[in-house]
Design a protein around this ligand. Structure first.
Ligand code: NCD
Length: 305
């Protein structure tokens, strides 16, 4: 029985296989309509979500399975003081697979140790978000036709943005990837990503405060929201929240085949005027997220493709 807690739980071959399966689902959805018949997904969300939870749920429904769960900690027994481990053990009696989002780093891992069914980390605090990374990778692969030899700009809250941590981890495995880290000084990438991933693997990266300066070199621009809920005080959030706002003017120096990604939700960091630009991929990205989660559910449930 396998869980997905960290993107490193998947080999590069497995990631490539998931992308290939998701592409096949996009081309032949009918072939997959019954693959998870009589299987149940439990979504245990202790933190707000629109895309991740609904895309997991639609993924399971489109595989012919069904869905149970909660979308608020307060409506579960966690409000009575139940531990994540006990909840995971309990839900193992009802479902075949769990997708869990939790504000505490490591909670899905604790759940996976107690559960007797696979657990998928759907975001743990400011730590990791491996299924968003799978979503990002299939988007990049479909938009650019490759996952290697690219300059990837990550912009915004690199400190608390869990999607960035998992993305850097995954993209560092491919040949010829360079990163440009664009953030305010207070929101730079955590040391554990810097040291354990970038420096350890000798991945080239530069750091800048200026999105405009970085723009001309980028093949991918990954924008992120400043993570209000992870700040210790509101004044710091207010000071930093509008550090970067992508506008059509700022794209004037960008490559013609740049791909702009964002895990969403966006707050202010991409002006809605950018949405009409052919380089804006963030809503396509949402759709691809459903297909790659279908592929992942099948893999973890060991359903034959
Ligand atoms: C992200 C998350 O929850 O980390 N959203 C998502 O899952 N698509 C990004 C964010 O909340 O800023």
């Amino acid at each position: 029985m396998r869980s997905l807690i960290d993107i490193n739980d998947l080999s590069t071959e497995e990631i490539n296989h998931l992308i290939a399966t998701a592409n096949d689902i996009i081309a032949n959805p009918d072939k997959y309509a019954e693959k998870c018949r009589r299987k149940k997904l439990a979504t245990l969300f202790y933190e707000p979500s629109t895309r991740t939870r609904l895309s997991f749920e639609s993924a399971m429904l489109e595989l012919g399975g069904s869905v149970i769960g909660f979308s608020e900690a307060n409506s579960s027994s966690s409000a009575k003081g139940e531990s994540v481990a006990d909840t995971a053990r309990t839900v193992s009696c009802f479902a075949d697979i769990i997708a869990m989002r939790h504000p505490k780093e490591g909670a899905p891992m604790v759940a996976s140790l107690a559960a007797s069914i696979p657990v998928i980390n759907a975001g743990d605090g400011g730590h990791n978000h491996p299924t968003q990374t799978l979503t990002d990778l299939i988007t990049i692969s479909r938009e650019k036709g490759r996952l290697d030899n690219m300059t990837v700009g990550v912009c915004g809250d690199l400190k608390f943005g869990r999607t960035v941590h998992s993305l850097i981890n995954a993209m560092s495995r491919y040949e010829g990837i360079k990163f440009v880290m664009i953030s305010p000084e207070e929101l730079t990438i955590p040391d554990y990503v810097m040291q354990d991933v970038l420096q350890k693997k000798n991945i080239p990266y530069t750091e800048t405060r200026s999105l405009e300066e970085a723009m001309p070199d980028l093949d991918i621009l990954y924008m992120t929201r400043v993570q209000r809920e992870r700040f210790f005080n509101e004044a710091d959030y207010i000071r930093l929240k509008d550090s970067y706002i992508l506008t059509p003017e700022k794209l004037q120096n960008a490559k013609k085949d740049l791909a702009i990604l964002h895990p969403l939700p966006r707050v202010n960091e991409i002006s809605t005027a950018v949405d009409a630009d052919h380089r804006a991929c963030y809503f396509k990205q949402v759709l691809y997220g459903k297909y790659i989660r279908m592929a992942l559910i099948m893999m973890l449930l060991e359903v034959e493709e």
